[in-house]
Design a protein around this ligand. Structure first.
Ligand code: GLA
Length: 401
């Protein structure tokens, strides 16, 4: 039987098999260089906020799901925890400490568990005197303002790989100063820690956050997302016009994903995921992966859409049309092809035509057109003609090869 398989095919099969094994057992080196492509991972905030279910057991369960659901193999790497992880006070020496109820095993042990899964671990703080969530007696959890060196050293000692640094309770200290202080402290901490600024776009961070001395990996461009279509749409519109400020290693961040949280339908969640991908946004899953429904998981695991987000050319898509509620965004890709998203923001279906010349494609040529949601290939002249349902986004990859 064995000999009836052509040898080339056999070689290909065993290569795929070897690659599959490598993908499951090769751990990502903890503390390895931070990625230049938009960060992918998970953050608990959109699904739990500060509720009691946010604890050590949950986060360990999420790391397990990264492996069993195929998320690590799809490129998701970071398991990040948000506000409410800390204790109400610093310890007697002024160091941050975890809330003993939520994280009885401590943060270092949690980071180790996540690293053992070949994943990276992220933590949260705020560039203010306290963080954003005032749960009790109007007290917040301790923030990093004025404690940058000490806190960065603590994060490094816990083997943290990523810091989301928020903007609450900032005492109106200049944002550039506050974020520079933490950026420098992280760089001097002895560990590579990805710096994710969460300044909500208040001081136009796209103009300065990607450059030294801050040199952040990403910066939030907007206020918080909520799990509804109007919120997603508003944030998309604010972020899509900022494409010229993004570059490899320095990304606009329109906030974390709501896919799977139940407030939008599947077409809207596809739009959310597709639009974030064509905007080369960080893809941080914001739903509880322990209970995720298959339809939502399928959206998050669409490798052809993820490949648009993660394309090594590192360009955020550019909006070439915004009329009558129809948006067309084009993202050039490393192999010379381009990704195209056509989004219908309106509440009614629309017939949409996009010409090849609008997409910057030469007329009179034959192109391969790949539908990234249908996973179907066709040949054409590069133009797109579709009927697009309300709130839907069609996505294509168009090229000569
Ligand atoms: C701010 C941030 C959110 C989240 C909360 C936590 O609102 O923008 O992403 O981190 O704080 O309190």
């Amino acid at each position: 039987m064995k000999d009836s398989i052509p040898s080339l095919l056999r070689a290909a099969v065993s290569f795929v098999f070897a690659a599959a094994i490598a993908a499951t057992v090769t751990p990502v080196r903890a503390g390895a260089a931070t990625p230049a492509l938009p960060q992918m991972g998970f953050n608990n905030w959109n699904s739990t906020h500060c509720r009691d279910e946010f604890d050590e057991a949950m986060i360990r369960g999420i790391a397990d799901k990264f492996i069993s659901l195929g998320l690590r193999d799809a490129g998701y790497r970071y398991v990040n925890i948000d506000d409410c992880w800390a204790n109400w006070q610093r310890d007697k020496d002024g160091h941050l400490q975890p809330n003993p109820k939520r994280f009885p095993g401590g943060i270092k042990a949690l980071a180790e568990y996540i690293h053992q899964h070949g994943l990276r671990f992220g933590l949260y703080s705020s560039a203010g005197v306290s963080t954003c969530e005032p749960l009790k007696e109007n007290r917040g959890f301790p923030g990093g303002l004025g404690h940058e060196k000490d806190d960065a050293a603590t994060f490094a000692s816990w083997d943290v790989d990523y810091l989301k640094y928020d903007n609450c309770n900032n005492q109106k200290v200049d944002a550039h100063k506050r974020y520079t202080a933490m950026a420098e402290a992280l760089r001097n901490s002895g560990r590579t820690i990805f710096f994710s600024m969460c300044e909500w776009g208040e001081n136009k961070p796209w103009l300065w956050a990607g450059k030294p001395p801050v040199d952040a990996g990403s910066w939030r461009t907007t206020g918080d997302i909520s799990d509804n279509y109007a919120s997603m749409l508003k944030i998309f519109k604010e972020n899509v016009v900022l494409d010229s400020y993004a570059s490899l290693g320095h990304w606009n961040d329109p906030d974390m994903l709501e896919v799977g949280n139940g407030g939008m339908n599947d077409l809207e969640y596809r739009s959310h995921f597709g639009l974030w991908s064509i905007m080369a946004a960080p893809l941080l899953i914001g739903t509880d992966l322990r209970t995720i429904k298959p339809d939502a998981l399928q959206i998050l695991l669409n490798k052809e859409v993820i490949a648009v987000d993660q394309d090594p050319l590192g360009v955020q898509g550019h909006q070439i049309r915004d009329t009558g509620g129809i948006h067309v965004i084009v993202k050039p890709l490393k192999d010379g092809s381009r990704a195209v998203a056509v989004f219908n923001e309106t509440d009614a279906a629309h017939d949409v035509t996009v010409t090849a010349s609008e997409l910057g494609l030469k007329a009179g040529q034959s192109y391969n057109v790949r539908d990234l949601w249908a996973h179907a290939q066709s040949k054409g002249d590069g133009s797109i003609k579709i009927e697009l349902a309300a709130h839907a986004t069609a996505m294509y990859r168009i090229g000569r090869r």
